[in-house]
Design a protein around this ligand. Structure first.
Ligand code: FEO
Length: 387
């Protein structure tokens, strides 16, 4: 449980959550980290803390660098408890410390921790002088809560970006040049698709501000620190936040007796035949958060469900609720499904997709089992729509 030196007098003192497999409904197959950063100076400052049950791990790392009671400032870039959860316990030790946060942060912290805390409230452009080092704050509301802000350490050109640029990725390594680039970008993509996507407009605004800063290191509050691939992750964020999509179709479905699955496969093949990349996500085996990661760069999303008791299957309805909340923009939708009688599910899927802003480009329903000719007809019709 060693601290990790980031730069002269700056240390990572966070915690690694190897066991985490769910983060409010998103599967975290690689676990996560809660990154806390300590700046040694005349007024020692800690940037963010860790989840409450990881307090001892963070404290043990801090103790190897400094006497924790000497911390003078705790910067809270974000109220969500994976970053603020240990503030009250740390304040019991660092009794003279104040908590540096924006006005929304102060309100949020007061509503979480009913404790007498000394706040230092800052806004965009305000700074904190610690002696040799100075932090400049920038509010980034809604990336991911109204209280989010980032902290820029001017002399070291380090951006403490909190949730932005994070990944749920537990690793003994701390830097992007020590791990697989594919894996870290994949985890950043999953994080964006499942956490940040609804706030893409605000991300674009934040990126506009950040491009005026000289950044040599990005220290997010989850996962790996960026010091090699800063250009790449900024480029990916710009793409994801502008809802830029490629020639790709994602087919998400569940099935009862195999007919909706046959339709899903026909749609998948129509994408392939039309020169599109395609992904087939059977919700019996795919978690919806992984399907969302596929959707982040897809032009088409096809959603299929058979009809059960005049409704779509609960697995599909759960997925559509999740998808609607994450609100991807500029996507085309396709609804499909088989039925025995009634066949309400397809119209229901279509309605949810349309309400979520998808442009419905095709809809297919079929009674009972599909013969080969019906599948070929469906495929050809779709190929006409796609190309
Ligand atoms: Fe990592 Fe929005 O908290």
């Amino acid at each position: 449980m060693k601290p990790v030196r980031i730069a002269e007098n700056i240390y990572w003192v966070g915690a690694i959550d190897w066991d985490l497999r769910d983060f409010h409904g998103y599967t975290t197959e690689r676990g996560s980290t809660y990154n806390s950063y300590l700046i040694l100076d005349k007024e020692p400052t800690l940037i963010d803390t860790v989840k409450h049950y990881k307090f001892d791990e963070m404290l043990s790392r801090i103790k190897q660098v400094i006497e924790p009671k000497n911390i003078r400032h705790i910067v809270s870039n974000h109220v969500e408890m994976d970053h603020s959860g240990s503030i009250p316990m740390l304040l019991d030790i660092a009794e003279d410390a104040d908590v540096v946060t924006c006005p929304q942060g102060e309100r949020g912290l007061k509503n979480h921790f009913f404790k007498d805390i000394k706040y230092r409230v800052v806004k965009s452009g305000d700074s904190l002088d610690m002696g040799e080092n100075k932090i400049i704050f920038q509010q980034t509301p809604m990336v991911h809560w109204p209280d989010n802000m980032v902290s820029y350490l001017e002399n070291h050109r380090i951006l403490f970006s909190n949730d932005s640029f994070g990944q749920h990725f537990a690793s003994i390594e701390r830097f992007d040049d020590e791990v697989s680039q594919d894996e870290v970008i994949t985890q950043a993509k999953k994080y964006y698709a499942n956490i940040v996507l609804p706030y893409s407009q605000q991300v674009s605004a934040a990126l506009d501000v950040l491009k005026n800063l000289k950044i040599e290191t990005i220290c997010p509050s989850h996962g790996i620190i960026w010091r090699k691939s800063i250009g790449e992750i900024l480029k990916e964020y710009s793409k994801w936040s502008s809802n830029e999509v490629g020639k790709k179709g994602v087919v998400v479905y569940d099935t009862m007796w195999g007919s909706t699955q046959k339709m899903a496969l026909a749609i998948y093949e129509a994408f392939e035949d039309s020169g599109y990349k395609a992904t087939l996500c059977n919700l019996k085996n795919w978690h919806m958060s992984d399907a969302m990661t596929e959707i982040i760069d897809a032009e088409y999303v096809a959603v299929g469900s058979p009809t059960l008791n005049r409704r779509m299957l609960p697995s599909v309805s759960g997925f559509l609720t999740y998808l609607s909340g994450l609100a991807p923009k500029n996507r085309k939708g396709i609804a499909f499904g088989s039925y025995g009688w009634g066949g309400e599910s397809v119209k229901d899927v279509e309605d949810v997709l349309a309400k979520a802003g998808f442009q419905i480009t095709a809809s297919f329903k079929h009674q009972f089992v599909l013969k080969e000719e019906a599948l070929v007809e469906m495929k050809n019709k779709l190929k006409g729509v796609i190309s």
